[in-house]
Write a protein that binds this ligand. Structure first.
Ligand code: PNW
Length: 500
Protein backbone atom coordinates (compact mmCIF):
# COMPACT_ATOMS: atom_id res chain seq x y z
CA UNK A 1 0.00 0.00 0.00
CA UNK A 2 1.58 3.29 -1.00
CA UNK A 3 0.66 6.52 0.71
CA UNK A 4 -1.21 7.77 -2.30
CA UNK A 5 -3.40 4.70 -2.55
CA UNK A 6 -5.22 4.77 0.77
CA UNK A 7 -8.94 4.54 0.49
CA UNK A 8 -11.25 6.16 3.02
CA UNK A 9 -11.80 2.73 4.56
CA UNK A 10 -8.08 2.13 4.95
CA UNK A 11 -7.70 5.38 6.83
CA UNK A 12 -10.55 4.37 9.09
CA UNK A 13 -8.89 1.07 9.87
CA UNK A 14 -5.50 2.64 10.41
CA UNK A 15 -6.66 5.32 12.76
CA UNK A 16 -9.38 3.23 14.31
CA UNK A 17 -11.88 5.93 13.44
CA UNK A 18 -14.43 5.71 10.69
CA UNK A 19 -13.11 8.75 8.85
CA UNK A 20 -12.18 12.23 9.87
CA UNK A 21 -14.84 13.85 7.75
CA UNK A 22 -18.09 15.15 9.16
CA UNK A 23 -20.00 13.46 6.39
CA UNK A 24 -18.87 9.99 7.48
CA UNK A 25 -21.68 7.50 7.12
CA UNK A 26 -20.01 4.54 8.84
CA UNK A 27 -22.35 2.88 11.29
CA UNK A 28 -21.58 2.38 14.97
CA UNK A 29 -21.80 -1.36 14.43
CA UNK A 30 -19.08 -1.39 11.81
CA UNK A 31 -16.86 0.68 14.08
CA UNK A 32 -17.24 -1.80 16.94
CA UNK A 33 -16.45 -4.70 14.67
CA UNK A 34 -13.19 -3.07 13.64
CA UNK A 35 -12.18 -2.40 17.20
CA UNK A 36 -12.45 -5.62 19.14
CA UNK A 37 -8.74 -6.38 18.72
CA UNK A 38 -7.56 -2.95 19.93
CA UNK A 39 -9.61 -2.98 23.11
CA UNK A 40 -7.88 -6.12 24.35
CA UNK A 41 -4.35 -4.81 23.92
CA UNK A 42 -2.83 -2.41 26.51
CA UNK A 43 -5.83 -0.18 27.28
CA UNK A 44 -3.85 2.86 28.54
CA UNK A 45 -7.10 4.37 29.82
CA UNK A 46 -7.61 7.80 31.35
CA UNK A 47 -9.83 8.59 34.37
CA UNK A 48 -13.58 8.90 33.82
CA UNK A 49 -14.76 12.42 33.02
CA UNK A 50 -11.43 13.34 31.43
CA UNK A 51 -11.49 16.47 29.26
CA UNK A 52 -10.12 15.98 25.73
CA UNK A 53 -9.56 19.39 24.21
CA UNK A 54 -7.48 21.46 21.85
CA UNK A 55 -6.25 25.01 22.33
CA UNK A 56 -5.70 28.28 20.50
CA UNK A 57 -5.11 31.92 21.40
CA UNK A 58 -6.83 35.04 20.16
CA UNK A 59 -3.94 36.75 18.35
CA UNK A 60 -2.89 33.51 16.71
CA UNK A 61 -6.24 32.82 15.01
CA UNK A 62 -8.80 35.62 15.21
CA UNK A 63 -7.61 38.20 12.68
CA UNK A 64 -9.99 41.21 12.61
CA UNK A 65 -7.18 43.06 14.34
CA UNK A 66 -8.89 46.46 14.19
CA UNK A 67 -12.55 45.53 13.83
CA UNK A 68 -15.50 46.39 16.05
CA UNK A 69 -13.57 48.90 18.14
CA UNK A 70 -10.65 46.65 19.11
CA UNK A 71 -7.59 48.57 20.29
CA UNK A 72 -4.07 47.58 19.18
CA UNK A 73 -2.08 45.16 21.33
CA UNK A 74 1.68 44.87 21.73
CA UNK A 75 1.59 41.95 19.30
CA UNK A 76 -0.06 44.12 16.63
CA UNK A 77 2.70 46.65 17.08
CA UNK A 78 5.47 44.05 17.18
CA UNK A 79 4.26 42.13 14.12
CA UNK A 80 3.77 45.36 12.17
CA UNK A 81 7.41 46.25 12.77
CA UNK A 82 9.52 44.93 9.84
CA UNK A 83 12.08 42.29 10.70
CA UNK A 84 10.37 40.86 13.78
CA UNK A 85 8.38 38.02 12.20
CA UNK A 86 9.50 35.42 9.67
CA UNK A 87 8.37 36.29 6.12
CA UNK A 88 6.82 39.52 7.42
CA UNK A 89 3.70 37.60 8.54
CA UNK A 90 1.20 39.23 10.90
CA UNK A 91 -1.96 38.22 12.76
CA UNK A 92 -4.04 40.87 10.93
CA UNK A 93 -6.14 38.16 9.27
CA UNK A 94 -4.59 34.91 10.56
CA UNK A 95 -7.29 32.21 10.45
CA UNK A 96 -10.10 34.76 10.17
CA UNK A 97 -11.60 32.90 13.11
CA UNK A 98 -13.42 36.07 14.19
CA UNK A 99 -15.72 35.49 11.20
CA UNK A 100 -15.41 31.70 10.87
CA UNK A 101 -15.80 30.58 14.48
CA UNK A 102 -18.89 28.49 13.71
CA UNK A 103 -17.02 26.40 11.15
CA UNK A 104 -14.15 26.02 13.62
CA UNK A 105 -16.39 24.81 16.44
CA UNK A 106 -17.89 22.28 14.02
CA UNK A 107 -14.36 21.00 13.28
CA UNK A 108 -13.75 20.44 16.99
CA UNK A 109 -16.98 18.55 17.31
CA UNK A 110 -15.96 16.39 14.35
CA UNK A 111 -12.65 15.39 15.88
CA UNK A 112 -14.40 14.46 19.09
CA UNK A 113 -13.21 17.17 21.47
CA UNK A 114 -15.32 17.77 24.57
CA UNK A 115 -13.39 20.89 25.62
CA UNK A 116 -11.75 23.92 23.99
CA UNK A 117 -9.20 26.31 25.41
CA UNK A 118 -9.29 29.74 23.79
CA UNK A 119 -8.14 33.16 24.90
CA UNK A 120 -9.80 36.51 25.16
CA UNK A 121 -8.09 39.53 23.62
CA UNK A 122 -7.95 42.15 26.35
CA UNK A 123 -7.94 45.10 23.87
CA UNK A 124 -11.05 43.71 22.17
CA UNK A 125 -12.89 44.33 25.44
CA UNK A 126 -10.98 47.38 26.73
CA UNK A 127 -9.37 49.09 23.70
CA UNK A 128 -7.20 51.19 25.99
CA UNK A 129 -6.72 48.57 28.67
CA UNK A 130 -8.92 50.38 31.20
CA UNK A 131 -12.01 52.57 31.13
CA UNK A 132 -15.01 51.86 28.93
CA UNK A 133 -15.48 48.34 27.51
CA UNK A 134 -16.63 47.86 23.90
CA UNK A 135 -19.74 45.73 23.86
CA UNK A 136 -19.09 44.43 20.36
CA UNK A 137 -15.80 42.88 21.46
CA UNK A 138 -17.46 41.07 24.32
CA UNK A 139 -20.26 40.01 22.02
CA UNK A 140 -17.87 37.96 19.89
CA UNK A 141 -16.91 35.86 22.92
CA UNK A 142 -20.56 35.53 23.93
CA UNK A 143 -21.38 34.08 20.53
CA UNK A 144 -18.34 31.80 20.55
CA UNK A 145 -19.19 30.46 24.01
CA UNK A 146 -22.82 29.86 23.01
CA UNK A 147 -21.68 27.99 19.91
CA UNK A 148 -19.34 25.80 21.98
CA UNK A 149 -21.94 24.99 24.60
CA UNK A 150 -24.47 24.09 21.91
CA UNK A 151 -21.89 21.72 20.36
CA UNK A 152 -21.21 20.01 23.70
CA UNK A 153 -17.68 21.42 23.87
CA UNK A 154 -16.80 22.86 27.30
CA UNK A 155 -15.27 26.36 27.04
CA UNK A 156 -12.03 26.99 28.99
CA UNK A 157 -11.04 30.67 28.74
CA UNK A 158 -7.57 32.17 29.11
CA UNK A 159 -7.61 35.84 30.07
CA UNK A 160 -4.10 36.75 28.99
CA UNK A 161 -2.33 35.08 26.11
CA UNK A 162 0.14 37.94 25.68
CA UNK A 163 -2.02 40.67 24.11
CA UNK A 164 -1.32 43.60 26.35
CA UNK A 165 -3.22 46.67 25.12
CA UNK A 166 -0.64 48.94 23.46
CA UNK A 167 -2.07 51.86 25.46
CA UNK A 168 -0.83 50.19 28.65
CA UNK A 169 2.56 49.39 27.13
CA UNK A 170 2.86 53.10 26.38
CA UNK A 171 2.59 53.68 30.13
CA UNK A 172 5.32 51.18 30.96
CA UNK A 173 3.47 47.90 30.40
CA UNK A 174 4.33 45.16 32.88
CA UNK A 175 7.07 47.32 34.37
CA UNK A 176 4.32 49.55 35.73
CA UNK A 177 2.49 48.18 38.76
CA UNK A 178 -0.74 49.87 37.58
CA UNK A 179 -0.97 47.20 34.86
CA UNK A 180 -1.54 44.64 37.60
CA UNK A 181 -4.67 46.43 38.78
CA UNK A 182 -5.87 46.99 35.21
CA UNK A 183 -5.60 43.26 34.55
CA UNK A 184 -7.61 42.39 37.65
CA UNK A 185 -10.35 44.85 36.61
CA UNK A 186 -10.51 43.34 33.15
CA UNK A 187 -10.63 39.82 34.67
CA UNK A 188 -13.47 40.90 36.92
CA UNK A 189 -15.50 42.32 34.02
CA UNK A 190 -15.08 39.23 31.82
CA UNK A 191 -15.92 36.84 34.66
CA UNK A 192 -19.09 38.75 35.38
CA UNK A 193 -20.19 38.43 31.76
CA UNK A 194 -19.10 34.87 30.91
CA UNK A 195 -19.00 32.74 34.07
CA UNK A 196 -22.61 31.67 33.65
CA UNK A 197 -21.30 29.43 30.81
CA UNK A 198 -17.52 29.31 31.24
CA UNK A 199 -16.68 27.16 34.26
CA UNK A 200 -12.87 27.21 33.93
CA UNK A 201 -10.70 30.30 33.70
CA UNK A 202 -6.95 30.46 33.20
CA UNK A 203 -5.48 33.73 34.36
CA UNK A 204 -2.27 34.02 32.34
CA UNK A 205 -0.65 31.82 29.71
CA UNK A 206 3.08 31.06 29.96
CA UNK A 207 4.38 33.70 32.34
CA UNK A 208 7.92 32.61 31.58
CA UNK A 209 7.54 33.02 27.84
CA UNK A 210 5.91 36.43 27.58
CA UNK A 211 7.97 37.91 30.41
CA UNK A 212 11.41 36.60 29.57
CA UNK A 213 11.16 36.52 25.76
CA UNK A 214 9.47 39.91 25.59
CA UNK A 215 11.60 41.75 28.13
CA UNK A 216 15.03 40.24 27.51
CA UNK A 217 15.61 37.13 25.39
CA UNK A 218 15.62 33.49 26.38
CA UNK A 219 18.25 30.88 25.64
CA UNK A 220 16.88 27.37 25.19
CA UNK A 221 19.00 24.22 25.10
CA UNK A 222 18.49 22.11 21.99
CA UNK A 223 20.28 19.23 20.27
CA UNK A 224 23.91 20.23 19.92
CA UNK A 225 23.62 23.77 21.29
CA UNK A 226 21.23 26.58 22.22
CA UNK A 227 18.80 28.89 20.42
CA UNK A 228 17.71 32.42 21.36
CA UNK A 229 14.02 33.33 21.43
CA UNK A 230 12.32 36.74 21.56
CA UNK A 231 8.86 38.31 21.43
CA UNK A 232 6.71 41.42 22.01
CA UNK A 233 7.25 44.08 23.22
CA UNK A 234 10.89 43.34 22.30
CA UNK A 235 12.61 45.00 25.28
CA UNK A 236 16.05 44.24 26.74
CA UNK A 237 15.71 45.06 30.42
CA UNK A 238 18.37 44.83 33.10
CA UNK A 239 18.16 41.73 35.35
CA UNK A 240 16.63 43.79 38.17
CA UNK A 241 13.92 45.27 35.94
CA UNK A 242 13.22 41.85 34.46
CA UNK A 243 12.71 40.36 37.93
CA UNK A 244 10.30 43.16 38.74
CA UNK A 245 8.26 42.41 35.60
CA UNK A 246 8.19 38.74 36.64
CA UNK A 247 6.91 39.80 40.05
CA UNK A 248 4.20 42.00 38.53
CA UNK A 249 3.08 39.11 36.32
CA UNK A 250 2.53 36.70 39.21
CA UNK A 251 0.95 39.49 41.26
CA UNK A 252 -1.47 40.14 38.39
CA UNK A 253 -2.30 36.43 38.39
CA UNK A 254 -3.04 36.50 42.15
CA UNK A 255 -5.16 39.63 41.92
CA UNK A 256 -7.08 38.15 39.00
CA UNK A 257 -7.73 34.96 40.98
CA UNK A 258 -9.29 37.09 43.71
CA UNK A 259 -11.26 39.20 41.21
CA UNK A 260 -12.58 36.08 39.48
CA UNK A 261 -13.65 34.53 42.79
CA UNK A 262 -15.44 37.72 43.76
CA UNK A 263 -17.50 37.81 40.54
CA UNK A 264 -17.83 34.18 39.46
CA UNK A 265 -20.98 32.12 39.51
CA UNK A 266 -20.89 29.11 41.84
CA UNK A 267 -18.67 26.31 40.57
CA UNK A 268 -16.26 28.45 38.53
CA UNK A 269 -12.70 27.16 38.75
CA UNK A 270 -9.51 29.13 38.26
CA UNK A 271 -5.81 28.51 37.83
CA UNK A 272 -2.75 29.52 35.78
CA UNK A 273 -1.45 27.94 32.54
CA UNK A 274 2.31 27.98 32.93
CA UNK A 275 5.02 26.41 30.80
CA UNK A 276 6.71 24.41 33.54
CA UNK A 277 10.47 24.05 33.25
CA UNK A 278 10.67 20.36 34.02
CA UNK A 279 13.93 18.61 34.77
CA UNK A 280 13.69 14.99 33.78
CA UNK A 281 15.79 12.34 35.55
CA UNK A 282 17.79 10.71 32.77
CA UNK A 283 17.89 7.55 34.84
CA UNK A 284 14.87 6.74 36.99
CA UNK A 285 16.49 5.86 40.29
CA UNK A 286 15.59 7.52 43.62
CA UNK A 287 18.65 9.83 43.80
CA UNK A 288 18.22 11.15 40.26
CA UNK A 289 14.45 11.55 40.68
CA UNK A 290 15.00 13.54 43.86
CA UNK A 291 17.59 15.74 42.14
CA UNK A 292 15.22 16.38 39.22
CA UNK A 293 12.41 17.33 41.59
CA UNK A 294 14.55 19.87 43.43
CA UNK A 295 15.86 21.26 40.14
CA UNK A 296 12.29 21.66 38.87
CA UNK A 297 11.26 23.58 41.99
CA UNK A 298 14.21 25.96 41.62
CA UNK A 299 13.82 26.50 37.88
CA UNK A 300 10.23 27.64 38.42
CA UNK A 301 11.02 29.85 41.43
CA UNK A 302 9.80 33.16 39.92
CA UNK A 303 6.52 31.69 38.62
CA UNK A 304 4.87 28.40 39.65
CA UNK A 305 6.90 27.98 42.83
CA UNK A 306 6.03 31.38 44.28
CA UNK A 307 2.38 30.99 43.21
CA UNK A 308 2.11 27.65 44.96
CA UNK A 309 4.35 28.24 47.99
CA UNK A 310 3.81 31.93 48.68
CA UNK A 311 7.51 32.68 48.82
CA UNK A 312 10.49 33.05 46.54
CA UNK A 313 13.02 30.29 47.12
CA UNK A 314 16.16 31.19 49.10
CA UNK A 315 18.33 30.23 46.13
CA UNK A 316 16.38 32.50 43.75
CA UNK A 317 16.71 35.52 46.05
CA UNK A 318 20.36 34.77 46.78
CA UNK A 319 21.26 34.36 43.10
CA UNK A 320 19.42 37.57 42.19
CA UNK A 321 21.15 39.51 44.99
CA UNK A 322 20.65 43.23 44.43
CA UNK A 323 18.55 42.43 41.36
CA UNK A 324 15.88 40.60 43.40
CA UNK A 325 12.31 41.86 42.92
CA UNK A 326 10.92 44.39 45.39
CA UNK A 327 7.85 42.98 47.12
CA UNK A 328 5.83 42.99 50.33
CA UNK A 329 4.42 40.15 52.45
CA UNK A 330 1.00 41.24 51.29
CA UNK A 331 2.09 40.74 47.65
CA UNK A 332 3.16 37.18 48.44
CA UNK A 333 -0.21 36.41 50.01
CA UNK A 334 -2.00 37.65 46.91
CA UNK A 335 0.32 35.76 44.56
CA UNK A 336 -0.39 32.54 46.45
CA UNK A 337 -4.19 32.92 46.43
CA UNK A 338 -5.65 29.39 46.61
CA UNK A 339 -6.22 27.74 43.22
CA UNK A 340 -8.68 25.15 41.99
CA UNK A 341 -6.18 23.62 39.59
CA UNK A 342 -2.73 24.00 38.13
CA UNK A 343 -2.48 24.17 34.33
CA UNK A 344 0.86 23.27 32.77
CA UNK A 345 2.06 23.47 29.18
CA UNK A 346 4.40 20.58 28.41
CA UNK A 347 6.39 20.45 25.19
CA UNK A 348 9.85 19.26 26.19
CA UNK A 349 12.09 18.72 29.19
CA UNK A 350 13.95 21.81 30.34
CA UNK A 351 16.89 19.41 30.56
CA UNK A 352 17.73 15.86 31.47
CA UNK A 353 19.49 15.85 34.82
CA UNK A 354 21.50 13.58 37.05
CA UNK A 355 22.21 13.89 40.76
CA UNK A 356 25.57 15.42 41.61
CA UNK A 357 27.78 15.59 44.70
CA UNK A 358 28.48 19.22 43.90
CA UNK A 359 26.14 22.16 44.62
CA UNK A 360 23.31 22.57 43.83
CA UNK A 361 22.97 18.77 43.90
CA UNK A 362 22.12 18.15 40.28
CA UNK A 363 23.73 18.49 36.88
CA UNK A 364 21.89 19.58 33.73
CA UNK A 365 23.04 17.57 30.75
CA UNK A 366 23.45 19.00 27.28
CA UNK A 367 21.21 17.39 24.67
CA UNK A 368 23.17 15.05 22.41
CA UNK A 369 23.93 16.44 18.99
CA UNK A 370 21.66 13.89 17.35
CA UNK A 371 18.82 14.18 19.90
CA UNK A 372 15.49 14.07 18.00
CA UNK A 373 13.94 17.46 17.31
CA UNK A 374 10.50 18.53 16.10
CA UNK A 375 10.11 21.25 13.48
CA UNK A 376 10.25 24.28 15.80
CA UNK A 377 13.86 25.17 16.30
CA UNK A 378 13.47 25.08 20.10
CA UNK A 379 11.62 21.78 20.23
CA UNK A 380 13.55 18.79 21.52
CA UNK A 381 11.66 15.52 21.82
CA UNK A 382 11.28 14.33 25.41
CA UNK A 383 8.04 12.49 26.19
CA UNK A 384 9.13 11.70 29.77
CA UNK A 385 8.45 15.36 30.61
CA UNK A 386 4.77 14.48 30.30
CA UNK A 387 5.13 12.02 33.16
CA UNK A 388 7.46 13.99 35.44
CA UNK A 389 5.88 17.44 35.07
CA UNK A 390 2.45 16.51 36.51
CA UNK A 391 4.13 14.09 38.92
CA UNK A 392 6.32 16.86 40.38
CA UNK A 393 3.41 19.34 40.47
CA UNK A 394 1.66 16.82 42.68
CA UNK A 395 4.63 15.84 44.84
CA UNK A 396 6.05 19.36 45.28
CA UNK A 397 2.79 21.28 45.72
CA UNK A 398 0.05 18.76 46.30
CA UNK A 399 -2.13 20.18 43.50
CA UNK A 400 -5.74 19.00 43.75
CA UNK A 401 -6.35 19.10 40.01
CA UNK A 402 -3.92 19.32 37.11
CA UNK A 403 -4.62 20.19 33.49
CA UNK A 404 -2.21 19.77 30.61
CA UNK A 405 -3.07 23.09 29.01
CA UNK A 406 -0.80 22.64 25.97
CA UNK A 407 1.10 19.85 24.26
CA UNK A 408 1.81 19.36 20.58
CA UNK A 409 4.41 19.95 17.90
CA UNK A 410 4.96 21.73 14.63
CA UNK A 411 5.36 19.63 11.50
CA UNK A 412 6.14 20.36 7.87
CA UNK A 413 2.82 19.18 6.54
CA UNK A 414 2.25 18.72 2.84
CA UNK A 415 -0.98 17.94 1.07
CA UNK A 416 -0.65 14.59 -0.70
CA UNK A 417 -1.93 13.87 -4.19
CA UNK A 418 -5.09 12.46 -2.65
CA UNK A 419 -5.70 15.69 -0.75
CA UNK A 420 -4.81 14.28 2.68
CA UNK A 421 -2.17 15.27 5.20
CA UNK A 422 -0.24 12.29 6.58
CA UNK A 423 1.32 13.80 9.70
CA UNK A 424 2.81 10.59 11.03
CA UNK A 425 5.32 12.64 13.02
CA UNK A 426 2.57 14.41 14.97
CA UNK A 427 0.81 11.12 15.74
CA UNK A 428 4.09 9.61 16.92
CA UNK A 429 4.68 12.65 19.11
CA UNK A 430 1.19 12.71 20.61
CA UNK A 431 1.11 8.98 21.28
CA UNK A 432 4.50 9.07 23.00
CA UNK A 433 3.52 11.99 25.25
CA UNK A 434 0.03 10.69 26.00
CA UNK A 435 1.44 7.33 27.00
CA UNK A 436 3.55 9.13 29.60
CA UNK A 437 0.56 11.18 30.77
CA UNK A 438 -1.46 8.02 31.20
CA UNK A 439 1.40 6.61 33.25
CA UNK A 440 1.08 9.60 35.59
CA UNK A 441 -2.71 9.18 35.82
CA UNK A 442 -2.24 5.48 36.60
CA UNK A 443 0.10 6.51 39.44
CA UNK A 444 -2.75 8.55 40.94
CA UNK A 445 -1.64 11.99 39.76
CA UNK A 446 -4.91 13.99 39.53
CA UNK A 447 -4.84 14.93 35.82
CA UNK A 448 -8.28 16.09 34.74
CA UNK A 449 -7.79 17.03 31.11
CA UNK A 450 -5.47 17.44 28.16
CA UNK A 451 -5.42 20.20 25.55
CA UNK A 452 -3.55 19.45 22.35
CA UNK A 453 -1.92 22.53 20.83
CA UNK A 454 -3.43 23.42 18.44
CA UNK A 455 -6.93 23.08 17.04
CA UNK A 456 -5.64 24.25 13.66
CA UNK A 457 -2.49 25.70 12.09
CA UNK A 458 -2.11 29.34 13.08
CA UNK A 459 0.18 32.33 13.56
CA UNK A 460 3.13 30.85 15.46
CA UNK A 461 4.51 34.13 16.87
CA UNK A 462 7.95 35.02 15.47
CA UNK A 463 7.84 31.96 13.18
CA UNK A 464 4.75 33.37 11.46
CA UNK A 465 2.71 30.79 9.57
CA UNK A 466 5.68 28.53 8.86
CA UNK A 467 5.38 26.29 11.94
CA UNK A 468 2.15 24.31 11.65
CA UNK A 469 0.85 23.03 15.02
CA UNK A 470 -2.72 22.09 14.04
CA UNK A 471 -4.76 18.92 13.99
CA UNK A 472 -6.38 20.73 11.08
CA UNK A 473 -4.41 22.06 8.11
CA UNK A 474 -5.17 25.64 7.09
CA UNK A 475 -4.51 27.07 3.65
CA UNK A 476 -3.93 30.70 4.61
CA UNK A 477 -4.65 31.93 1.08
CA UNK A 478 -8.11 30.42 0.84
CA UNK A 479 -8.87 29.78 4.56
CA UNK A 480 -9.74 26.21 3.65
CA UNK A 481 -9.51 23.84 6.63
CA UNK A 482 -8.55 20.17 6.13
CA UNK A 483 -8.31 17.76 9.08
CA UNK A 484 -4.96 15.95 9.18
CA UNK A 485 -4.53 12.27 9.95
CA UNK A 486 -3.72 13.31 13.53
CA UNK A 487 -7.31 14.57 13.88
CA UNK A 488 -8.40 10.95 13.43
CA UNK A 489 -5.89 9.86 16.07
CA UNK A 490 -7.22 12.50 18.47
CA UNK A 491 -10.79 11.52 17.78
CA UNK A 492 -10.16 7.85 18.46
CA UNK A 493 -8.22 8.64 21.65
CA UNK A 494 -11.00 10.88 22.96
CA UNK A 495 -13.70 8.38 22.01
CA UNK A 496 -11.92 5.53 23.77
CA UNK A 497 -10.68 7.72 26.63
CA UNK A 498 -7.41 5.86 26.15
CA UNK A 499 -4.29 6.27 24.05
CA UNK A 500 -5.10 5.10 20.52
C1 PNW B 1 3.53 28.19 23.62
N1 PNW B 1 9.82 26.77 24.39
O1 PNW B 1 4.74 28.88 23.42
C2 PNW B 1 2.39 29.21 23.53
O2 PNW B 1 1.57 29.19 24.67
C3 PNW B 1 1.58 29.08 22.28
O3 PNW B 1 0.94 30.31 22.01
C4 PNW B 1 2.47 28.64 21.14
O4 PNW B 1 1.86 28.71 19.89
C5 PNW B 1 2.88 27.22 21.46
O5 PNW B 1 3.44 27.11 22.77
C6 PNW B 1 3.86 26.63 20.47
O6 PNW B 1 5.05 27.37 20.47
C7 PNW B 1 5.98 28.29 23.65
O7 PNW B 1 10.81 27.36 23.97
C8 PNW B 1 7.10 28.99 23.24
O8 PNW B 1 9.95 25.72 25.06
C9 PNW B 1 8.37 28.50 23.48
C10 PNW B 1 8.51 27.29 24.15
C11 PNW B 1 7.40 26.57 24.55
C12 PNW B 1 6.13 27.08 24.30
Amino acid sequence: MSATHFTRRDIGKLAGAATMAASSATTAGAQTAQRTDVARSAPRRFPNGFFWGTGTSSYQIEGAWNEDGKGPSIWDTYAHTPGNIKNGDTGDVANDHYHRYKEDVALMKNFGANAYRFSIAWPRIFPNGTGQPTLKGLDFYNRLVDELVAAGVAPFATLYHWELPQALQDKGGWQNRDTVKAFADYASYVTDKLSDRVRHFFTINEFRTFVDLGHQVREVRVAGGTVTLSGAPGLKLTPGDLNQVRHHAVLAHGMAVQAIRAKAKVGTKVGPAEVILCSVPLIESPEHIKAARIATREANAPFLTVMLEGKYTDAYLKDAGKDAPKFTDEDLKIIASPLDFVGINVYKPEAYVLASDEAPGWRQLPYAKGHPMLSSRWHTMGPEAMYWAPKFVQSLWNAKEIYITENGCATQDVISDDGRIYDTDRIMFLRAYLTQLQRAAADGVPVKGYFQWSTMDNFEWTSGFSDRFGLVYVDFKTQKRTPKLSASFFRETARRNAVA
